[in-house]
Design a protein around this ligand. Structure first.
Ligand code: BDR
Ligand code: CA
Length: 350
């Protein structure tokens, strides 16, 4: 199974990233680290340990406390209109954590020990919150770069896919970011960390970026919600409509419905919220044999949709705007956190 270190800020969609990584038979989670973002570090850590308790994995998957602020900036104030006060509002079914997060070993040191113990070229790092921990990990332990198989990051916005249709425009200029007009939340939360990872000569060659352009193509529609609620067999006699087949399924859909409502209120997306973060976990599975001789495709470039996002084999040179404060960016005075990507011609990817 593919060893994965998951760095996250749960967070509704982070919850589903944890779920996918914990349940997928081809993945083995080495550990989880937490970062500030959707809520304070204290809250995202509580949420991570609570989710692992809910899925009976709290004794098998350790959680480590990561960064409470960006590399060179104060923490971005947690938004409450998307994930609520706790970072994971919408249900009363989340259990109290059985096992607390480990605070005696810093998250990046724990991640290093776990990753370096895996066979070379097998392990992935997946980051679905601000990229602070991931950047600090590779800054402190550059020897991990040739060792790992890949780095998968959820973040950034290029303005492709359905994003213009979803987010509209500001003063006639298309809105491409979900946090400011030009920036996506995870990149804006720590632009220097993003610039380090995406600008690193060797690491960037192993990096898959899952920007909003991709996540806005995958909405958690009512059909998906029902699948989670009732299971693949659907609503069966004896089951109550709208009630989950199990308490866990009920809890997950309550979380999804909260996220659906905030996405509808804030962004006007009514078909169901984009579940950004699990896609960064799914990227790890890209190219695997599915057991029947087929390779699992992750994402195919579709010129009709005009996404222009990297597929297997396509490489981009990506740059990140680091000038400006968070407040400047919020006011529209700076493009902090905006990323731009230039497709590298075949053969010149190095
Ligand atoms: C990202 O920001 C957070 O709100 C989500 O958890 C996701 O990681 C989407 O921009
Ligand atoms: Ca997240």
């Amino acid at each position: 199974r593919i060893p994965v270190w998951l760095d996250c800020d749960p967070g509704h969609d982070d919850t589903f990233a944890i779920l996918l990584a914990a349940y997928h038979p081809a993945i083995r989670i080495l550990g989880v680290s937490t970062v500030f973002g959707n809520a304070s570090l204290e809250k995202t850590t509580h949420n991570a340990t609570s989710i692992l308790t809910a899925i009976s994995q709290s004794t098998t998957i350790p959680v480590y406390l990561g960064a409470s602020k960006a590399l060179f900036r104060p923490p971005m104030h947690p938004p409450t209109d998307i994930h609520g006060e706790t970072g994971l509002d919408g249900t009363t079914l989340l259990p109290s954590p059985l096992i607390p997060a480990i605070t005696t070993t810093p998250a990046i040191d724990a991640a290093y020990s776990a990753l370096i113990s895996t066979p070379p070229g097998t392990a992935w790092v997946v980051a679905t919150g601000a990229f602070t921990n991931a950047a600090a990990l590779f800054m402190k332990y550059p020897e991990l770069i040739p060792h790992i198989a890949g780095l998968s990051l959820m973040g950034g916005a290029l303005g492709g896919g359905f994003t213009p249709a979803i987010l509209g425009s500001v003063d006639g200029v298309p809105r491409i970011g979900n946090w400011t007009q030009f920036a996506e939340f995870n990149v804006l939360a720590d632009p220097e960390a993003a610039a380090f990872l995406l600008g690193h000569k060797d690491l960037s060659k192993k990096t898959t970026l899952i920007p909003l352009d991709v996540t806005h193509l995958c909405l958690t529609t009512k059909e998906v919600q029902d699948l989670i609620l009732y299971g693949p067999e659907g609503l069966q006699p004896g089951m109550e409509e709208g009630k989950g087949k199990t308490k866990l399924r009920q809890m997950l859909v309550e979380l999804l419905l909260f996220f659906a409502k905030t996405y509808s209120d804030v962004f006007g997306i009514t078909e169901g919220p984009p579940l950004h973060d699990p896609l960064a976990v799914a990227a790890v599975l890209s190219g695997l044999e599915d057991g029947t001789g087929h390779r699992i495709p992750f994402y195919e470039h579709d010129p009709a949709v005009g996404t222009g996002i990297a597929t297997q084999g396509e490489r981009y040179e990506v740059s990140v705007v680091t000038e400006g404060t968070y407040e400047d960016a919020q006011r529209g005075g700076a493009r902090t956190g905006q990323i731009t990507a230039r497709l590298l011609p075949r053969g010149q990817e190095g």
